[in-house]
Design a protein around this ligand. Structure first.
Ligand code: IPM
Ligand code: MG
Length: 361
């Protein structure tokens, strides 16, 4: 049996806690599906800054390049908040995405029926929501040059540049249309073409790519009204494709619709064949180290790893079914309980245990 090498970069805050549970799930499910996984752990983000003075070492990038997949926790925290953007923990995450060429970030936002009541939106608005945010991940304002701060004549100034070329737009549009083919065959392209030239280019190029997918319906939606429609009528969306910053913002919004940011997994894919899998929720420093985090987004990210990097579709389904079963059985971490709701909650490790038990059935 060939071994699949998985680089684990758990990072900061709740990253290590939730990643540990995701790794335990992978270890439990792999032998049942004829998979041999070899894990190796490395530092990223603030943890790497503290140990090595940099948020991501070249050596870790090299190890990641030699792996099938990267399992990531979260980066950042108050300890490093005062640092300039160029050296912050987040730079480690941005760099590994860029170095591995991971331009396509898939963020599915699905409402588990058992959690329809955990959303701050009415259950009738959120039930049945099943959308996929396809976020461009290696371009736009996050990486555009020129960027930086200056102080001409003592007056502080700062700039960032939103820039995309047509190839960058076409390749992410293709990912979205392909994904839609396996779903409800509807793509919404989100833009700000009434103001931004960059968005006008996106509209043009997405329309061109759409010609190759006559079986998929396409709508263009302004980003501000999309933000509004997401809370008014989230069920209307199937696949959303958009540039990096819009995707960052809208994917948090989409996640909250499902009841908790603690439920949303992600996969970052590129042409190189390596995938990076991380929960969308971030490092949540306020609850770090308290065994209070929700590991389900990390566990569902592990399911995406099985699916996209190892083509282990049955194993992926098994993990998702186990998560569904645990929720149906009523187990909840604190984030899945609405304020005022009387309901016992369990911690991160216990939630991992429940998923492992459900997997064993
Ligand atoms: C995300 C996060 C990151 C991003 C941060 C931590 C750099 O918010 O993955 O959505 O903005 O991409
Ligand atoms: Mg974000």
């Amino acid at each position: 049996m060939e071994q699949a090498r998985i680089v684990v970069v758990a990072g900061d805050g709740i990253g290590p806690e939730v990643t540990r549970e995701a790794q335990r799930v992978l270890e439990a499910v792999a032998p049942k599906h004829g998979l041999a996984l070899a894990f190796e752990e490395h530092l990223i983000g603030g943890a790497s800054i503290d140990a090595h003075g940099t948020p991501l070492r070249d050596e870790v990038v090299a190890r990641a390049r030699q792996s099938q997949a990267v399992l990531l926790g979260a980066v950042g925290g108050p300890k490093w908040d005062a640092m300039p953007v160029a050296t912050r923990p987040e730079k480690g995450l941005l760099r590994i995405r860029k170095e591995l060429g991971l331009f396509a970030n898939l963020r599915p936002a699905t409402v588990f029926p058992a959690l329809a009541g955990a959303s701050t939106l009415r259950p009738d608005v959120v039930s049945g929501v099943d959308m996929l945010v396809v976020r461009e991940l290696t371009g736009g304002l996050y990486f555009g040059e020129p960027r930086g701060r200056s102080a001409a004549g003592g007056k502080r100034e700062a700039r960032n540049t939103m820039v995309y070329d047509e190839d960058e737009v076409a390749r992410i549009a293709r990912v979205a249309f392909e994904a839609a083919r396996g779903r409800r065959k509807h793509v919404t392209h989100v833009h700000k073409a009434n103001v931004l030239e960059v968005s006008q280019l996106w509209v043009e190029v997405v329309d061109e790519v759409a010609k190759d997918f006559p079986d998929v319906a396409l709508a263009h939606q302004l980003v501000d009204s999309c933000a509004m429609l997401l809370v008014r009528d989230p069920g209307r969306f199937d696949v959303i494709v958009t540039e990096n910053l819009f995707g960052d913002i809208l994917s948090d919004e989409a996640a909250q619709i499902t009841g908790s940011l603690g439920m949303l997994p992600s996969a970052s894919l590129g042409a190189g064949g390596i995938g990076l899998y991380e929960p969308v929720h971030g490092s949540a420093p306020d609850i770090a180290g308290k065994d209070a985090a929700n590991p389900l987004a990390a566990i569902l990210s592990a399911a995406m790893l099985l699916e996209h990097s190892l083509a282990a579709h049955d194993a992926a389904r098994r993990v998702r079914d186990a998560v569904t079963a645990v929720l149906e059985a009523g187990h909840r971490t604190a984030d899945l309980v609405l304020p005022g709701e009387q309901r016992p909650t369990i911690g991160c490790r216990a939630m991992g245990d429940r998923v492992l038990e459900a997997l064993a059935l």
